[in-house]
Design a protein around this ligand. Structure first.
Ligand code: GLA
Length: 678
């Protein structure tokens, strides 16, 4: 494992005035005259930070050991002269052709043994010793050359690690996996116990017998699968750390990060674990154009990123001004949507608003991906909106450094995501995020902001804690969650939570083993629902007449203080509790045994918020996204984003940072207000 020096680098926030604004800049795709025009356009838009050189290794080192830095020197000098800072990339996200020809063993291998070729990008395995050596080489060359450059503000290590290829199954990966397992378990007996290898003759005599979970006749050992996911997350992070070690050595004062992809789509990297090695959290987010509620998915990603950042301001390293090129149908953003998206990220904690990319490519596979400077040039809607955004961000400088207010926590655990969706489970339709996103949506629509927190995180600041499908729970996590209820929080635990420990071993004695006592319930058998099947919840109850899908179970109440707030109706679960509540300490512990429909979730959320004493960020018309950021000195900012097609009212008094003057109480259709509150 690479060792890092303990020096503490500067903060990127100190290098950039106000909110950071810019994007990926790929000047190598353009001749000098265009690059000079770029500088003028950047000044016009108010750009102050760019990610440079992400895919430029092939041009920086066209032949092994022969470097061509002159073009980059000129770019860096021109940016510095214009007062624009650079997040300089290590250029390692796409190895050059000469390197792959010389060392084809660096290429990634898939679970069926297919070697992924060059001609695209990200064609290397992070465990390849040869690749690491060359990647460290170009990183060191860049660091040495630009260590004193006035434009250098941040290192952008590699790019979207784990994008395209998340798991690596080659021989060198297998060897690294074995070493990782040896460190984790110490002895092969420990591993045999953890993986339960007495089953199906899977016993191992030595670590050398172990391979990655490659394509096999039927379901693979769950412990092997789970550890391989842990390993892959670690291996990519370890590769990141190997480059970080070089950067720390040469430029100890320059902070470093890499752009994460935290969203509902990126499952296989444990970003809460990664966060410890990033000087600032940076995230990329792209809307799914076909999703009619894409702004809610954006909020989910932004909230998750803030959770990974432990609430500190983070960087939106990439989003798009308009269409992307990689969805089946790449629809542009509507007028005003890019501003709403940008400020929604900012509302949820981003102090940098950046894009892929600065100038739209004219060739290559991303030529139809939007950019800040589109194919049509300056006389375009996109360019006008980019310039407007730059000016808006300038007016929002007072928000910089503030933190998002929230009294509701949703527990988020990548390991439970991995483990809950392994094969051979009671139902393949239990998706880790489904109920969680339902709760997040209901809170969003009610103007209540949630924080995503790790199961072992400090929950003391929260009045309401939601634990959704936390299938795998450690003893520490279970105790932490129970302690939150004891200390006064309203805690809700959902179906398929606390079923197994960290080794995917069932907690015996009745489900949900980790939370049975806390909830005062016990389930002997699950009753997963078939696709399209639903159960109706009993009349007179909190969620009377609402439907549940995906899951139900034979819940029994085993504690005299546990109340039943809703029951299933109809054979075979007629009268079986579906929602329960147990008073615990000065708080309470609720159980939800099915995936409620949207109205049901909203009704439940209403009751939970009421009990927890949590109210919306402000009173406003429906359809307005509301989030509040505040400084420790008491200055507060309400972001009100009107995604609707009608003007909306928002009750808040203060200064209108975007429009100027006093806030008049109305946010026009499609517009955003940021109010510096009195
Ligand atoms: C990712 C990459 C970028 C670019 C964009 C396109 O985020 O980091 O290089 O390919 O996708 O959306």
């Amino acid at each position: 494992m690479p060792t890092l020096s303990s020096s503490s680098p500067a903060s990127v926030w100190d290098s950039v005035d106000g909110i950071a604004f810019g994007g990926d800049y790929n000047p190598e795709q353009w001749p000098r005259d265009v690059r000079l025009e770029d500088i003028e356009l950047m000044k016009e838009a108010g750009v102050n930070l760019l990610s440079v050189g992400i895919f430029s290794w092939g041009l920086l080192e066209p032949r092994e050991g022969e470097y061509d830095f002159e073009w980059l020197d000129e770019v860096m000098d021109n940016l510095a002269a214009a007062g624009i800072k650079v997040a300089l990339a290590t250029a390692t996200a796409a190895p050059p052709a000469w390197l792959v020809r010389k060392h084809p063993e660096i290429l990634p291998v898939t679970e069926d043994g297919t070697v992924l070729e060059r001609g695209s990008r990200r064609h290397y395995s992070p465990s390849s010793a040869v690749y690491r050596r060359y990647a460290a080489g170009i990183t060191r060359s860049l660091a040495e050359r630009y260590k004193s450059h006035p434009a250098l503000a941040l290192w952008h290590v590699d790019n979207e690690l784990g994008c395209h290829v998340t798991a690596f199954y080659g021989e060198e990966d297998a060897a690294a996996f074995r070493r990782w397992l040896e460190r984790r378990y110490g002895s092969i007996e420990e591993l045999n116990e953890a993986w339960g290898t007495a089953f199906w003759s899977q016993h191992y005599d030595t670590f050398e017998e172990i391979i990655p979970p490659r394509l096999a006749p039927t379901s693979l050992n769950p412990g092997q699968q789970l550890d391989f996911m842990r390993f892959n997350s670690w291996a990519l992070k370890d590769y990141y750390r190997s480059l970080l070690a070089v950067l720390r050595e040469v430029t100890p004062g320059i902070p470093a990060t890499t752009n994460l992809m935290a969203s509902s789509a990126t499952k296989l990297l444990d970003y809460f674990d990664w966060a410890k090695d990033l000087d600032v959290i940076a995230n990329d987010h792209y809307l799914v154009a076909a999703d009619p509620e894409r702004e809610i998915e954006l909020a989910f990603s932004a909230d998750l990123t803030r959770g990974i950042a432990s609430g500190s301001p983070w960087m939106l390293m990439e989003h798009s001004t308009s269409a992307v090129n990689w969805q089946p149908h790449n629809r542009p953003k509507m007028p005003g949507e890019m501003l709403r998206n940008s400020l929604a990220h900012m509302a949820r904690g981003a102090d940098a608003v950046m894009f892929f990319q600065w100038r739209q490519s004219k060739s290559g596979s991303e030529k139809f991906h939007s950019a800040m400077v589109p194919h049509g040039g300056r006389n375009t809607r996109i360019w006008r909106e980019v310039v407007e955004l730059g000016s808006v961000l300038g007016r929002l400088a007072p928000v910089k450094g503030s933190r998002v207010e929230s009294r509701v926590a949703i527990v988020f655990d990548y390991e439970s995501w991995w483990a809950s969706e392994l094969d051979s489970h009671p139902s393949q339709d239990v998706r880790y995020l489904e109920l969680m996103r339902g709760f997040h949506r209901a809170m969003y629509l009610r103007g209540v902001t949630i924080d995503f927190v790790n199961p072992a995180a400090d929950l003391s600041g929260y009045d309401l804690v939601l634990v959704c499908t936390l299938y795998s729970a450690t003893d520490a996590a279970a105790a932490n969650i129970a302690a939150a209820a004891e200390a006064g929080a309203t805690v809700l635990v959902s179906y398929f939570s606390g079923i197994v420990d960290e080794h995917d071993h069932v907690r015996l004695g009745g489900y949900p083993g980790a939370f049975r006592e806390l909830l005062g319930i016990r389930t002997e058998e699950f009753h997963p629902l078939l696709p399209g099947e639903s159960v109706t919840l009993g009349s007179g109850s909190l969620v009377a007449g609402r439907k549940g899908s995906v899951w139900s179970e034979h819940v029994q109440v085993v504690d005299g203080t546990t109340e039943v707030l809703a029951s299933f109706t109809g054979y075979p679960l007629d009268g079986v509790p579906a929602v329960t509540r147990r008073p615990v300490g000065t708080g309470s512990a609720w159980y939800l045994a099915t995936l409620l429909d949207a109205e049901g979730i909203d009704a439940l959320v209403g009751r939970l918020l009421n009990e927890a004493g949590v109210v919306a960020s402000a009173e406003a018309s429906a359809g307005v996204e509301l989030v509040r950021r505040s400084h420790a000195d008491g200055r507060r900012f309400l972001f009100a984003i009107n995604h609707g097609s009608r003007d909306a009212t928002v009750k808040v008094d203060g200064e209108d940072l975007l429009g100027g003057g006093r806030f008049g109480g109305v946010v026009p259709a499609g517009a955003v207000a940021v109010v510096a509150e009195d």
